[in-house]
Design a protein around this ligand. Structure first.
Ligand code: VGL
Ligand code: ZN
Length: 207
């Protein structure tokens, strides 16, 4: 498939932060490999938005907030099942900063998510209750942006949830695989691909 970004299109770059790159607290294998790909893509878009995972210390998704629990275990929260993660992307820390080579200056908006202590937020559009909005949908509608190209970290969590919610909200969504890397926890990547295909997320290797 050949897709050319138009001036109504948006590149949505998910969580390209130090903690998701090699050496970080929740490192995604080869996570930093997305940076040159994304920088090249971003040059070709008129509109670029970044998300930044941005948790307060002691966030409820952190394994250290659940005595006796193990990392990557799933627990019941009032809003549904939640995976417990190694503490990561704590507000103001080096781990929460964007990868130093990411072309941050090309972005017109940075959406921070996961800042409420009691709820996690994978998606750029909603918290993990899948109802509390971040405001991104309103921003995109006000600006007349309808087609969202997605890249970043991690394919099977924040990119996946953002792509599915984009479709739920009526946007077109195109995932650029070369600009993504996955965590792949107990089949999460296969499940993510199936879920995204079922709701009409398009998948391209590169642009
Ligand atoms: C993410 C787990 C926890 C992600 C963020 O960016 O995919 N995954 N927080
Ligand atoms: Zn997080």
């Amino acid at each position: 498939m050949q897709i050319r970004p138009g001036n109504d299109d948006l590149l949505l770059i998910i969580d390209v932060q130090n903690d998701f790159c090699p050496g970080g607290a929740l490192a995604v294998a080869d996570g930093d490999a997305v940076v040159p790909v994304i920088n090249r893509l971003a040059e070709r878009f008129d509109h670029v938005v970044l998300t930044q995972d941005w948790h307060p210390p002691g966030h409820s998704s952190f394994v250290t907030s659940h005595p006796g629990a193990s990392p990557f275990e799933s627990v019941a929260m009032p809003y549904g099942q939640q995976t417990l993660w190694p503490d990561h992307c704590v507000q103001g820390t080096a781990g929460a900063a964007f990868h130093p080579e990411l072309a941050v200056d090309l972005a017109e908006l940075i959406i921070r998510k996961g800042f409420r202590p009691e709820i996690d937020s994978y998606s750029a559009f909603f918290e993990n209750d899948r109802r509390t909005p971040t405001g991104l949908a309103g921003y995109l509608r006000d600006r007349g942006l309808r087609r969202i190209f997605l890249a970043g970290l991690a394919t099977d969590f924040c990119v996946h949830y953002s792509a599915v919610d984009a479709r739920r909200l009526g946007f077109d969504a195109v995932l650029v695989e070369a600009g993504c890397r996955a965590i792949d926890l107990a089949g999460s990547l296969d499940a993510a691909w199936a879920g995204m295909a079922a709701i009409g997320v398009q998948r391209v290797n590169d642009l």
